[in-house]
Every structure is written in C-alpha cells, then in structure tokens.
Ligand binder design. Structure first.
Ligand SMILES: [Zn+2]
Length: 344
C-alpha cells in the first residue's frame, strides 16, 4: 500500500522550479502548504486535468467568495464539486490565504475569483495561480464602462457588482461559458442550467424593484457600514452613504462617524444597517453620535454585504440573500414611528 502510494507520487513530482516560484510569491505559508501537498497528498501540481478526464468525474471548482460558489453550483449542478475559501460572514477585503487554501487551490480543476480588487490580500497569489491551475476572475464579465468608480477610491472600480442583479446575470453567463470551456463534454448541460437560472434571476430583479416601489422616494436612503451598496443604489434608485469606503481595509475615522451622524440627523433617517461581514461596533458608534444630536435612528437589521448567510438559512444562496436584504431594507425604512424609537 505504502509502496503503491510512493510510486504514484513519483509519477507526479512537484518540481524544484515550482517550489521556488511559489516561495517567491507567497512566502512561508505557501511553502508549508506546498510541502504538505508534495509529501502527504501527492496531488498533481504540474498538469491540470484534461477534458477527457473531467468528462468522467465532477469538476473541482474552488472559488474565493461564497457568492461565486453559489453561482457555480446553480450552473454546474452535480457536474461540479465546489469549495469556497471564504465562508459565511467572512470579509473578502481582509481575507488572507491560509495553509489549507493552498492545497485546495492547487488541486482545483478551475479557480474562480472575483477580481476588481475585492480579494485585496490575495492579489499576488491569484495573479500567479493561472500558471498552475486554470484561473479566471468573474469581474471581467463586466465591461469597464459599466463599473462604478467612486470618489476617493483612487480610480479603482467598486467590486460589489452582485448588488445589481442584472450585472450578476452577466457573471452567471460568464461562469457558464468558462465551465463549458473547461468541461466541453457537458457544455449543453451548463448552458441549459444557466438559462433556467437566468429566468430565476429575472424574477429576482423584478421582486427587488417591486419591493423598493413600496418606499416613498425620499425614504430611499441607505446608510451602511461600508460602501457595498453602490450598485444596488444605482440600479434600484437609492441614495447611499457608507461609513467606510468601498473596501474595509481602511478604518473609519472619528471625522467619518461625525460626518455621517450629521447627515442622518439632518435628513431624519429612520434606520441604518449593520452588515454581516463588518463589525457591528462601527455602525453603533454612528448611532450614538446621532443620539447626541437629538435624533433617534434605529438599527434596521443586518444586511448581507460581501458574504452569503450560514448554510440552511434563507440567505445561504444569492437569490435568498438579495431577497432578505431588500425585505430588511424596505421593512426598516417604511416602518411607521409608532414606538419611542430605539433598536427593534
Ligand atoms: Zn465590501
């Protein structure tokens, strides 16, 4: 048994050149991962599986975010075995690759990441990975002219494209195309499943629009922990304010809190929102500052911003997450001020 394993390993060696390159771009963590790979797992690093091999087993797809993983599951069905590196509640702006991630990435048949600087701390690994594993950024499905470039972002695009359902539909089409290229034997299946899912997404887009219509235009103001909802605002007609910018990498300053509190008190905004992947304390500080200005703003609930909900919850899929968010937003902003205020 041990000997057979050794022989298997010997047929698929991890070359010294690989080890040196991987070391250069990722340091000790990646080298440890590579050693685990070479010594224990004997996984192939040098040669991605070809189309004939993939036709006979599920395609191993590794994604960074849970959002991309859900899209791959919807399109790929039982043809794909999907792993997301970032679980529920994880902030992709701050996430760094772990040792176990290296194994997962190296064993994948296909790696899909978001791009547009969302995975800011994994940029080096993701940029280099395509030399070993077929790797694509789904953000490239959106042409530059359809992206937002908010003030103060240094010319970087806003990566939160999933909050406009119509933009996410283009990502889904892109994923179907990439899966069909990687596993051409099942191209028709991917296209058929994608077409069915696109119809669900069209219904979702209509649902969001109908829910938003329930709010008077002057109440369509969304205050959140970070600027994740810019595409939502653009697509569905909201004014938007975030405490932090389009990334959570930079901490909010006291001046940011004061400025946002002024805005909320002046506009008499009824509810502000916390986010599943950003610490609650940031938005609570805003609530306190608003109170000091003589206005009571409620925390209207938690929105899912950059990650899906826990498995088994309604927000565990993209469609569920969008519905949960819009329900939370509309319910909180439409609420009559029948109580004396304070959090619900
Ligand atoms: Zn974000």
């Amino acid at each position: 048994m041990g000997r057979a394993r050794l022989n298997l390993c010997a047929r698929r060696p991890v070359s010294l050149a690989h080890a040196r390159s991987l070391w250069r771009w990722s340091g000790l963590g990646f080298l440890l991962g590579l050693l685990t790979l070479a010594v224990v797992a004997c996984a192939p690093l040098g040669r991605p599986a070809d189309a004939a091999e993939l036709a006979g087993r599920p395609v191993r797809v590794v994604t960074t975010t849970s959002l991309i993983a859900d899209a791959v599951r919807q399109v790929g069905g039982e043809r794909v075995a999907v792993t997301a590196l970032m679980g529920p509640g994880v902030d992709p702006h701050l996430y760094k690759a772990r040792e176990g991630d290296v194994l997962r990435l190296a064993r994948a048949d296909l790696v899909l990441y978001h791009g547009l600087h969302l995975e800011a701390k994994m940029a080096d690994i993701l940029a280099q990975l395509d030399r070993w594993v077929p790797t694509r950024a789904v953000g490239q499905a959106i042409p530059p002219e359809d992206l937002r470039y908010p003030e103060g972002s240094g010319g970087n695009p806003d990566p939160h494209i999933w909050f406009d359902v119509r933009l996410w539909q283009r990502v889904v089409a892109f994923i179907a195309q990439v899966l069909a290229e990687r596993d051409p034997a099942h191209a028709a299946l991917y296209q058929a499943r994608a077409a069915a899912y696109q119809r669900e997404l069209e219904a979702l887009d209509a649902y969001v629009r109908a829910q938003v219509q329930r709010l008077p235009p002057e109440q369509r103001v969304l205050v959140t922990a970070h600027d994740a909802f810019g595409y939502f605002a653009r697509a569905y007609g909201f004014e938007i304010r975030g405490l932090q910018g389009i990334s959570t990498v930079a901490e909010a300053s006291i001046a940011d809190v004061q400025e946002l509190a002024d805005f909320i008190a002046r506009r008499r905004i009824r509810a502000i929102f916390v986010e599943s992947s950003v610490p609650v304390r940031n938005i609570e500080a805003v609530q306190e500052a608003v109170r000091a200005r003589g206005w009571e703003v409620r925390i209207g609930g938690a929105l899912y911003s950059d990650a899906l909900g826990e498995p088994g919850t309604p927000a565990a899929t993209y469609i569920g997450m969008m519905r949960t968010n819009v329900d939370t937003i509309v319910q909180a902003l439409a609420a009559e001020t029948t109580t004396t205020g304070g959090p619900p």
